[in-house]
Design a protein around this ligand. Structure first.
Ligand code: DCP
Ligand code: CA
Length: 648
């Protein structure tokens, strides 16, 4: 979309003026770093990822889990603190990092380095408890880690960004990171501050296609560290997690400015993005107590690389002009997705270590050796990333998973029930958290996975009926049922990982607001879709069809419910003497109990006749996970770049 005009005014202010050779190579290698920005670019509403005024930030919380614990405990900001998960340190606050403590250390080693270190073990679910807690004694054999508190704090931070940054797109990228697209509000602010740009002057030679006049000087002070154009990152920089970070203790310190590099309108846009980012980060700090670090650049990939240039509590800006010297010395294997097999293959193939080493490889050559999709690598090495910042805040999280690796494997059926209860507690808490925002969320399916050693897992699933209150008991009862099915007649097993998950989470519609919705569909079609196949049954109703669709949460007092089992065709009726049931919840529980009881009866019958239609987990490794030919799908061998990624 960018327009190149031969005699554009900004052309004379080229970043690469006087360095003809550099102009060619940098522009070739890194795309158009100084595109001509016209009135049309500024006045267009929606230029998307090709917008030459695009401003994206990545904001990452500093020492996040440790910061959450500091907020919870109200400890002083200078107290060294680490968060422990069993024996391993998973988060280290910055005061503790001064003692040389890192995430890889063991608790005892960390204490040797800093005897007054505050050590907090992450919250855990303890068997029999419905809420996670911080206990004096934790044991991986009986407890399960809970990250719920960190998730909640993370949601608060994202909500504050959304509130503070109207018009920005905010995409939560991980538990402590968010991408923010500032392009839209930045464009509005440019137009407010420089109203003469609202339309091209009457003598503009190309109308809206005329380039904007030269930008005003930019005051970068207080906006963050501007990554230098001409010098590579300073000596004390180190690269962690694919990002260059500096050991500077001066958060927000600006680099000396590159005097000979002319500012562009994109720089103006970056500086405005930086102002907005600073305000939002300050709000998070003062209101919620979390310090963050941000990187601001032309796209997501570069914003992420920039975010850890100054940490903690820092903000860094990568001007387009600084991209070449910032990227060239970077070890490419530190870039996300280039750390594994693929990165090693590139390193070997081209005897290369840095991004600069790979820039001479043509796209053709790369694609011949690594497949068509390696265009992705080709572009990333050049700092090009066209991925959008997408606010998924309003999109529903379709699933929730509670998982436990079992250092002490489950060896008998009873132990399975215990773990299912622990996992059910986590799911109940997470679903109810989500229901605080959207009260009618309905996880339509409950899935139980069990894995033995390194074998692929086996699973069972069943529809999960809508209930207004989803308690640990309800989930555990449904989970127990799946466990029963999964283990079948086995008395011995060796399960090393167990997972319980909700999938197909959706908003329940009016007619499905309670389980009653299952029992009083209005039509055949609705009846067919009102599966309750958890119990291999189909619901039927003795209610006049006309009023059946109007189910309200508490208005089920006059419903007559019956239920036909698809296995034996027996009709189970809940004899509704109205006075027996206080409310619809009780009715619901009663019918569910009736069905479960009936299903249990079938289960017992099957056991006696050994007719259980599922395969038990066998203790023997050689036979247990063989799939029947029917279910076995032949996996296509990976081709091209896919060869370098492990299938999970
Ligand atoms: N985390 C974890 N195990 C890892 C990496 C991270 O449990 N191997 C958790 C703990 C971290 C949180 O995720 O607090 C965020 O991870 P970061 O990599 O962003 O690390 P921090 O936020 O702790 O530190 P930094 O200030 O370097 O971002
Ligand atoms: Ca972080």
């Amino acid at each position: 979309m960018e327009t190149s005009l031969p005699d554009s005014p900004t052309k004379t202010g080229s970043l690469w003026k006087g360095k003809a050779k550099d102009v060619t190579s940098a522009q070739d290698e890194f795309g158009d770093l100084n595109p001509i920005i016209t009135y049309r670019h500024l006045l267009s509403q929606n230029l998307g990822v090709r917008d030459p005024l695009r401003v994206v930030a990545l904001c990452d919380s500093d020492a996040f889990y440790a910061a959450c614990e500091m907020v919870r405990l109200g400890v002083d900001k200078d107290t060294p603190l680490v968060v422990l998960q069993w024996d391993s340190i998973i988060a280290v606050n910055y005061p503790a990092r001064k003692y040389g403590i890192s995430r890889m250390d063991k608790k005892m080693d960390a204490l040797k380095r800093c005897p007054h270190l505050k050590i907090v073990h992450v919250a855990t679910y303890r068997e029999g408890e419905t809420e996670p807690g911080y206990w004096d004694e934790v044991d991986t054999n009986t407890h399960k880690v809970s990250l719920d508190y960190y998730r909640r704090e993370s949601l608060k931070i994202a909500a504050m960004f959304r509130e503070m940054l109207p018009g920005c797109e905010v995409e939560k990228a991980s538990i402590d990171e968010a991408f923010i697209d500032f392009t839209k509000p930045v464009r509005e602010i440019i137009l407010q501050r420089y109203p003469h740009l609202a339309q091209p002057p009457p003598d503009a030679p190309f109308g809206v296609e005329t380039a904007l006049p030269p930008p005003p000087p930019i005051v970068w002070d207080g906006k963050g560290a501007v990554i230098p154009v001409n010098s590579p990152p300073s000596e004390d920089s180190s690269i962690t997690d694919g990002q260059i970070s500096s050991s500077s203790d001066e958060p927000g310190r600006a680099e000396p400015l590159d005097k000979d590099v002319v500012s562009t309108w994109h720089d103006v846009a970056l500086s405005i993005g930086a102002e907005l980012m600073t305000n939002a980060r300050d709000a998070v700090h003062t209101t919620l107590g979390y310090s963050t670090s941000a990187g601001i650049a032309r796209n997501k990939f570069l914003a992420k690389l920039t975010a850890s240039y100054r940490k903690p509590n820092g903000q860094s800006i990568l001007r387009n002009a600084s991209i070449p010297n910032y990227l060239r010395p970077m070890p490419f294997q530190k870039i996300r997705f280039l750390g594994g097999k693929l990165g090693r293959a590139f390193a070997e193939e081209y005897d290369a270590a840095t991004v600069g080493d790979l820039l001479s490889i043509t796209l053709d050559e790369m694609q011949t050796k690594f497949g068509e999709s390696s265009i992705w690598v080709y572009e990333i090495l050049r700092g090009l990333d066209r991925s959008e910042v997408k606010d998924k805040g309003s999109t529903l999280n379709k699933s929730m998973l509670a998982s436990k690796n079992l250092p002490k494997p489950i060896t008998n059926v009873q132990e399975g029930y215990r773990w299912i209860r622990v996992l059910a507690a986590e799911l109940a808490l997470r679903l109810n958290d989500a229901r605080n925002m959207s009260p009618n969320l309905w996880p339509k399916t409950l899935v139980l996975h069990a894995r033995k050693g390194y074998e692929s897992s086996r699973s069972k699933q069943a529809p999960f009926p809508y209930t207004r209150e989803v308690t640990v008991d309800i989930i555990a009862a449904a989970g127990d049922k799946l466990w029963k099915e999964l283990v079948g007649t086995s008395t011995q097993m060796n399960v090393t990982n167990v997972q319980l998950s909700f999938t197909g989470i959706d908003f329940a519609e009016a007619g499905q607001k309670t389980i009653e919705g299952f029992f009083k569909p209005t039509s055949k079609r609705q009846r067919d879709s009102a599966e309750l196949t958890d119990f291999n049954t189909q619901a039927e109703v003795g209610q006049p069809e006309s009023s059946a669709g109007d189910a309200k949460e508490d208005s089920a007092t006059d419903i007559i419910v019956s239920h036909t089992c698809t296995r034996c065709k027996k009709t189970l009726s809940l004899n509704l003497e109205l006075s027996r049931f206080k409310d619809s919840e009780e009715q619901k529980t009663a019918i569910a109990a009736l069905i479960m009881e009936h299903d249990d009866w079938h289960f017992a019958q099957d056991l006696v006749r050994e007719e259980i239609p599922i395969r038990p987990i066998q203790p023997s490794a050689s036979t247990s996970h063989k799939k029947t030919p029917k279910t076995k799908k032949r996996r296509k061998d990976p081709v091209g770049i896919e060869r370098f990624f492990d299938r999970k």
